[in-house]
Design a protein. Structure first.
Length: 205
């Protein structure tokens, strides 16, 4: 499917304008775009923007994302400025300078976009990155290469088992150390009951 740059750029303006998703930096924006496209692909059989997503360390990144942001800044649809988050961290915050044109989206697409806002708007960039890492398309893609997105069920039964196993392992690494001992015992027991599946063999985590 060819990328629809107009829809991609207007969807970006929509997210930048929407108060519910703030604070919004590029990492969170790109994950919202991904979940919008993949949700519509699963429910309608095709993505909204047609953007191709690459496997980056912090999750899927639309190949045309930086170009779209550059064009939107150039034509003064949005602005970006450096925002200090902590003493050592900053983000490029975004502000919408114009209203998004939502008339170019179908009713089904609008429902998908609204659903993504309801499901993901309060998540931080870090949480959205973690959630995107549970996606089969991201897990089984090679680094820096395109994700293979397909309608409906995206993985075989065996792949699905591996996704659950890897998600538990990622939960182990992402959980703060101050959890009580009982929490770790339960999580370890859950991990041990979900080995990785490769053909006829199981590999314990």
């Amino acid at each position: 499917m060819k990328v629809n740059l107009r829809k991609l750029m207007q969807l970006i303006v929509f997210f930048v304008h929407h108060e519910a998703v703030k604070p919004l930096g590029k990492t969170k924006l790109f994950k919202l775009l991904y979940f919008t496209d993949v949700t519509h692909l699963r429910t309608a059989g095709q993505p909204i923007t047609g953007a191709e997503y690459l496997k980056y360390p912090y999750g899927p990144v639309p190949m045309q994302g930086d170009f779209a942001l550059k064009e939107l800044r150039k034509h003064r649809f949005i602005s970006q400025k450096r925002v200090q988050r902590t003493n050592t961290q900053f983000m490029w915050g975004m502000t919408a300078l114009q209203m998004p044109d939502m008339t170019i989206f179908t009713e089904h697409e609008i429902r998908t976009i609204d659903w993504v806002i309801q499901q993901y708007s309060e998540d931080t960039a870090r949480v959205l990155s973690w959630k995107s890492h549970q996606e089969p398309a991201w897990l089984f893609a090679e680094d820096w290469m395109p994700l293979r997105l397909t309608p409906g069920k995206q993985s075989t039964e065996e792949d699905g088992k591996n996704v659950e196993s890897l998600a538990l392992l990622e939960q182990w690494y992402a959980t703060p150390d101050d959890k009580p001992p009982g929490y770790w015992d339960d999580l370890l027991e859950e991990i041990e009951t979900h080995p990785l599946h490769f053909g006829d063999e199981d590999i314990a985590l």
